[in-house]
Write a protein that binds this ligand. Structure first.
Ligand code: NAD
Length: 327
């Protein structure tokens, strides 16, 4: 591809990806499957790698999330809420491991977690009391959805200790709630939600908290913002700290001493995924040591110490409502 052709394709991809981002993040109504979106984004990344001069600050490869709706009060995050780089196959995971070891040394342990298909939320506690909950928004600024998050029973209103901290996690809609909701929608002749992720996002971005309360949402917490202040030395310890404080974390996580163990974990959950009561769209792999995480640092959009392995796209499935949806 020559520069002129690349420039033209970059423009097209910006336009398309911005439109899909808007539909997905603002309207909670995607018009294409995530795998198609990921493919287009990958194409843009590849062109930008080949022609770095075509990477602009407003490129979809440089941005986290999307616009923030005006109907919610804006919330400034204590530290940025980033996205994750993607791996689509074993080779991508091996390449990630190689990059990590090049920068952080040979002695690296990873923590593998299920990638819950929901939406990232940030919860702030003052002296042990939950007082602010927000969406990720554009990563720096989110939407204040405290009233809706308070309706999720697994979010503690009071912690076991009187600490002040901001924690991050994934709010999601369990499969059973999603099926029941779409059945209800079909009975009313309303449009079905494309997937549990969009249903969860749609439920939490409502002005009336009674709607969120009726949707049986749940949450798993997976990180602490400004973790340096907690005195823990690793991501596994941070997750254990969250448990101790009374948060709900996902118990399927596993510490892996090398990349072969990571690949085995991916294999296990690729097979066992249908048995889970909630949707996952991949596996998140994180360097365990916080010192090594700091050495690796972040890019504009995602940390270099973590990656999301994405499961291959599933075939078109028929939901309970009989509507064919591609997930
Ligand atoms: P991402 O989903 O690839 O990964 C980052 C997110 O993973 C985090 O923000 C967090 O919310 C989540 N996550 C779940 N479990 C986690 C864990 N254990 N630890 C850390 N994070 C965890 O990236 P993204 O920026 O959130 O969104 C991009 C996604 O949205 C892609 O899957 C893309 O396909 C989809 N998308 C689809 C369309 C469309 O039109 N279909 C448009 C835009 C985006």
């Amino acid at each position: 591809m020559d520069l002129q052709l690349a420039e033209k394709r970059v423009k097209e991809l910006h336009k398309l990806l911005n439109q899909y981002n808007y539909e997905y993040h603002v309207l909670d109504q995607p018009s294409i499957p995530d795998s198609d979106y990921d493919r287009l984004l990958k194409q843009l990344l590849e062109i930008e790698e080949q022609f770095p001069e075509l990477t602009t600050a407003d490129s979809p490869t440089q941005r986290v999330g999307s616009e923030i709706l005006d109907m919610f009060e804006k919330v400034q995050h204590q530290s940025q809420m980033l996205s994750l780089g993607n791996a689509f196959n074993e080779q991508d995971v091996l390449d990630f491991d190689r990059r990590v070891r090049q920068l952080a040394g040979e002695n690296v342990s990873y923590v593998c977690e299920l990638k819950i298909d929901g939406l990232a939320v940030s919860l702030r506690y003052e002296n042990g009391l939950f007082n602010l909950g927000a969406t990720r928004g554009d990563g720096t600024t989110g939407e204040n959805i405290t009233a809706n998050l308070r309706t999720i029973r697994s979010i503690p209103i009071r912690l076991n200790r009187e600490v002040s901290m901001e924690v991050r996690g994934e709010a999601f809609m369990p499969k059973r709630s999603f099926e029941a909701l779409n059945l209800q929608k079909a009975e009313k002749g309303e449009e079905a939600f494309a997937n549990p992720r969009n249903a969860a996002a749609g439920s939490l971005r409502q002005l009336d908290p009674r709607i969120a309360a009726s949707r049986n949402l749940d949450v798993f917490l997976y990180s602490v913002a400004d973790i340096g202040e907690t005195g823990v030395a690793s991501h596994s310890d941070a997750l254990n700290l969250l448990d101790t404080l009374g948060f709900k974390t996902n118990k399927e996580r596993k510490k892996c001493e090398n990349i072969e163990e990571v690949l085995a974990y991916i294999q296990k959950w690729t097979e066992e995924r249908p048995n889970l009561p909630y949707e996952i769209d991949g596996i998140v792999i994180k360097v365990d040591s916080l010192k090594q995480q700091q050495e690796l640092g972040t890019t504009a959009k995602s940390p270099r110490w973590a990656i999301a392995y994405k499961f291959p796209a599933e075939e078109v499935v028929t939901t309970l409502t009989g509507i064919e949806l591609s997930v």
